[in-house]
Design a binder for this molecule. Structure first.
Ligand code: TEU
Ligand code: CA
Length: 561
């Protein structure tokens, strides 16, 4: 077996931790998380064992979309700190062998970015062509009927210059014109500036949109997408070792994932795909009317991706992020079996092939926000959609029920550090209400309890660094049609791991297929250790475990590749 922990793929055995700076740790009492706050928590992250941090945007921004609207790519938002604070974070992280991945938001800027401020001034502005302008159409005014993700048309009229500009998100997030080589050159320069500072990579916001053709209304997966990504690779991170790049691509399929992350493609390390997320959404109303949980559908998506990227490409693995509900609320049982189900979900995900991403608070089993009035929500998407759904005749209660399940603020309530007021996130008034369950659910309690969710994550993250089979093993799923149990194995040479997870609050007895039967040693379990999977087994509510087969009993071998 080749050495797996060196070279330009060192990130394959690492676990990434996502920080949403606004909600992580407030160091100066203004109620907003900040960079010094993050630096003060690095020991916590080092103890957890993570190798990389993905920082949601920290740049200068009017915060219309909490920093995903950037007005200065090489400046730090004043409320988050200074560039010195950033350098301090970078060097303190490096001391702990933790790399920083920045959020690259280059599909659009803020309307306060100097480029747009100048562009909107006059058709002759040297920055006019940095954005996407179209004349009014003869009949209905708007250049076409394309809608913005946050509601309303994707076109806004500028009376001063008599044209519309395109914005896939809020009207305060005008899309950059990637067809303009000057735009691309500016972005590559900016990326290199951050890379030279010592960052470990980029998470690329809605990167599947940059090759768009607005006139044909081909927005995701547009005709120029892969050319631009190959150019970006060449011009920026291509020659740098140990840089991780992950594209946020809601449109990705297993086929396009191989284009982004295939080894001879020279584009990205991996992408975030969202099929396992959207399979749970209503066809018509989307995430605001989620469907009942369906394990068979979820497993079929996860397995499809595992198989498709088995030989080439690389998967990212995640249950949550800053746009999604809390994992334990969405896929587990946050009320009856919070600890068991949070550990079960961690087990099911971390033994898959790919790079795991842990969203802040997931490691202590934080839950969705118990908001009951619209005034408690802060998210631009939720607030816009509330207005639009009510205009369309939906009741406020129905909308709030959907937002409770799937709204983005579920992930954005302050990180719960301790039982102190506001969970120790701030000494002031937090910008968004804390989840009142911080007195029971918090990092202090979780770190000090050996049986906690946190210590369970710590063991899982550690196992990935020790076991090549966890990083490179071939995936095989079992019991595909079973609607309560997720079961799979990973095999590498003579090593084999068998994983079983009960996704229900009931005991479930299963007849175990021959090739899943195992005897060996318990790697991890959320009840008692399990070292044998016999012909029949009963899993208790949300029980999950992984068994490392002893080499004389490793079951089937995958076909040689
Ligand atoms: O998200 C992309 C995006 O499309 C989300 O808004 C998501 O689709 C939506 O929540 C589904 O209803 C990225 C960022 O992760 C998000 O926070 C930003 O708001 C968005 O891009 C714009 O930059
Ligand atoms: Ca602060």
């Amino acid at each position: 077996m080749s050495q797996i922990f060196t070279g330009d793929e060192a990130w394959k055995s690492k676990t990434v931790y996502q920080i949403y700076p606004r909600s992580f740790s407030d160091n100066n009492g203004d109620g907003i998380g900040d960079i010094p706050g993050i630096t003060s928590r690095l020991d916590y992250l080092q103890d957890l064992g993570i190798g990389l941090i993905w920082l949601s945007p920290i740049y200068k921004s009017p915060m219309d979309d909490n920093g995903y609207d950037i007005s200065g790519y090489q400046e730090i938002a004043a409320e988050f700190g200074t560039i010195d604070d950033f350098d301090q974070l970078l060097s303190e992280a490096r001391k702990r062998d933790i790399g920083l991945i920045l959020d690259l938001v280059v599909n659009h800027t803020s309307d306060e970015h100097p480029w747009f401020v100048d562009a909107r001034r006059s058709r002759d502005s040297e920055y006019r062509d940095f954005y996407i302008w179209r004349d009014a159409s003869e009949n209905h005014g708007l250049p076409n009927g394309h809608s913005s993700v946050f509601g309303g048309p994707a076109w806004t009229y500028e009376a001063a210059t008599g044209q519309y500009y395109f914005h896939e998100f809020s009207h305060r997030q005008p899309d950059l014109n990637w067809a303009n080589p000057k735009v691309r050159a500016e972005i590559y320069k900016m990326m290199n500036w951050w890379l030279d500072r010592g960052i470990a990579g980029f998470r690329m916001d809605v990167i599947d949109l940059i090759g768009k053709d607005v006139d044909q209304e081909i927005i995701p997966d547009g005709p120029n997408l892969h050319d631009y990504l190959q150019e970006m690779h060449r011009e920026t991170f291509g020659d740098r070792k140990d840089v991780l790049t992950v594209g946020e691509t809601w449109s990705a399929t297993p086929q396009t994932a191989l284009l982004y992350s295939g080894r001879d493609r020279h584009e990205l390390s991996m992408v975030f795909q969202f099929e396992h997320v959207t399979q749970g959404w209503d066809k018509l109303y989307g995430k605001w009317r989620p469907k009942p949980f369906d394990l068979v559908a979820l497993k079929s998506v996860l397995s499809k991706w595992q198989y498709a990227l088995a030989q080439d490409g690389w998967n990212s693995l995640f249950w949550g992020n800053h746009d999604l509900p809390r994992a334990v609320s969405q896929y587990g049982d946050a009320k009856g079996f919070r600890t068991e189900s949070a550990k079960m979900l961690a087990t099911a995900l971390h033994f898959l092939k790919g790079t795991p991403f842990v969203y802040q608070g997931e490691e202590i089993g934080m839950t969705n926000a118990p908001f009951h009035t619209i005034n408690q929500y802060k998210d631009i998407e939720t607030l816009n959609m509330y207005r639009l759904h009510l205009e369309a005749g939906l009741s406020s209660e129905d909308f709030i029920a959907g937002a409770n399940r799937n709204g983005r603020d579920n992930a954005r309530t302050p990180m719960q550090w301790s039982a102190a007021p506001n969970g120790g996130f701030t000494t002031g008034t937090p910008w968004i209400e804390s989840n009142p369950n911080f007195s029971e659910i918090n990092a202090e309690v979780s770190v000090s309890d050996d049986t906690s969710i946190w210590n369970y994550y710590r063991r899982l993250i550690g196992l990935r660094k020790e076991l090549p089979v966890m990083v490179h093993g071939v995936y095989r799923a079992f019991l595909d049609g079973h609607d309560k149990i997720f079961a799979y194995s990973r095999t590498l040479g003579s090593e084999r791991i068998c994983v079983m997870a009960n996704f229900t609050a009931h005991s479930v007895s299963v007849d175990v297929p021959d090739n899943l039967q195992t005897h060996g040693r318990s790697l991890i379990a959320n009840y008692e250790p399990v070292d044998t999977i016999g012909r029949e087994i009963t899993l208790r509510p949300y029980e999950a475990f992984a068994v490392l087969a002893s080499s004389e009993n490793r079951g089937d071998n995958p076909p040689a590749s």
